[in-house]
Design a protein around this ligand. Structure first.
Ligand SMILES: [Zn+2]
Length: 85
């Protein structure tokens, strides 16, 4: 666990299958794959595309993945510019 230099929130780093380190929010979410254009990364490092499941849609059958931190960071602009990796 580390801390975002942009906003000070806790973040995790996941190494994607492409070999990049991606900052993510530590809380995983259920993802509806193929029904959106947001990107998520699983704890295995695979990037999947879709959207966050609504609470009533959550199901064990859905993939669980992490939201890239730049989606939620209020200082994403700074963060991207100075981000490492
Ligand atoms: Zn941040």
């Amino acid at each position: 666990m580390s801390v975002c230099r942009g906003c000070g929130r806790a973040i995790d780093w996941i190494k994607t299958t492409a070999g990049k380190n991606m900052p993510v929010d530590p809380e995983p979410v259920f993802v509806i794959e193929g029904d959106g254009r947001d990107r998520f990364v699983t704890d295995g490092g695979a990037v999947i595309v879709g959207r966050v499941a609504r609470p009533e849609e959550e199901s064990r059958d859905l993939p669980v993945a992490f939201v890239p931190h730049w989606k939620t960071c209020p200082n994403a602009g700074d963060f991207r510019r100075s981000g490492r990796g």
